[in-house]
Ligand binder design. Structure first.
Ligand SMILES: [Zn+2]
Length: 220
């Protein structure tokens, strides 16, 4: 298969059929990296750790125990960050709590290889066989001459790597800026954490009751 140069900070674009909010609960909780959790909102960090049974004094061991009980999926890059996030655009991922599948402004992390992303999509597809989605990864940096994108189909429990294609979004600067503006405007402001405001989104991605109900349903 043609090698696609993904660069240092590739963009992931995802489109797909929506799932139910209950399915979104399961997907988000089981694709969240539990240890360590990060937030500048220390009250939220404390609260979420307590909900998962994570002891900050023994984060690794207690985090592993929580991950086992929740059957979290080990992923290289494609974790969702919908419970908390320090990203400037607020909580993010390839699926939302309302069940919407998709993202367009997500840089997944430094230097992923196509194979690592394929492994991640395969693990995700196997864990959630009801997902029906397409994903692309490409280098959004304009100085790179080769605008090809890796391309996957995730469906019926399997992730299939398709031949490289051109990116599915306009990567021009104006379109990029518009997408980032939209992301920032749509990011949550809870009005209760004492940290979020017009300019910076909330680091909390979900209400306590919703997260607790999700954990109760998933954790054994
Ligand atoms: Zn807030």
């Amino acid at each position: 298969m043609t090698e696609v140069n993904l660069g240092k900070w590739p963009r992931i674009v995802v489109t797909g059929n929506s799932v139910t909010p209950e399915q979104a609960d399961e997907i988000i909780v089981r694709t969240t990296a539990l240890f360590p959790l990060f937030s500048n909102d220390k009250a939220w960090l404390r609260q979420v750790r307590a909900m998962f049974g994570i002891d900050p004094g023994n984060e690794y061991e207690s985090g592993r125990a929580a991950a086992r009980r929740l059957r979290t999926i080990n992923l290289h890059y494609l974790d969702n960050h919908q419970i908390m996030s320090t990203w400037w655009g607020g909580p993010y991922g390839w699926i939302d709590w309302d069940g919407t599948v998709g993202c367009a402004t997500w840089n997944v992390g430094k230097w992923p290889s196509a194979d690592e992303l394929t492994e991640d999509w395969a693990a995700i597809a196997a864990a959630f066989p009801y997902l029906d989605m397409e994903a692309w990864a490409f280098d959004p940096e304009p100085e790179h001459a080769e605008p090809l994108s890796c391309h996957w189909r995730i469906r019926a429990g399997t992730a299939t790597e398709l031949p490289p294609v051109f990116p599915p979004v306009d990567t021009g600067e104006a379109a990029e800026n518009a997408r980032f503006e939209q992301t920032l405007a749509a990011a949550p402001r809870c009005g209760a954490c004492g940290r979020c405001n017009h300019d910076s989104p909330c680091e909390r991605g979900v209400a306590v009751d919703r997260l607790q109900a999700a954990i109760n349903r998933i954790m054994w």
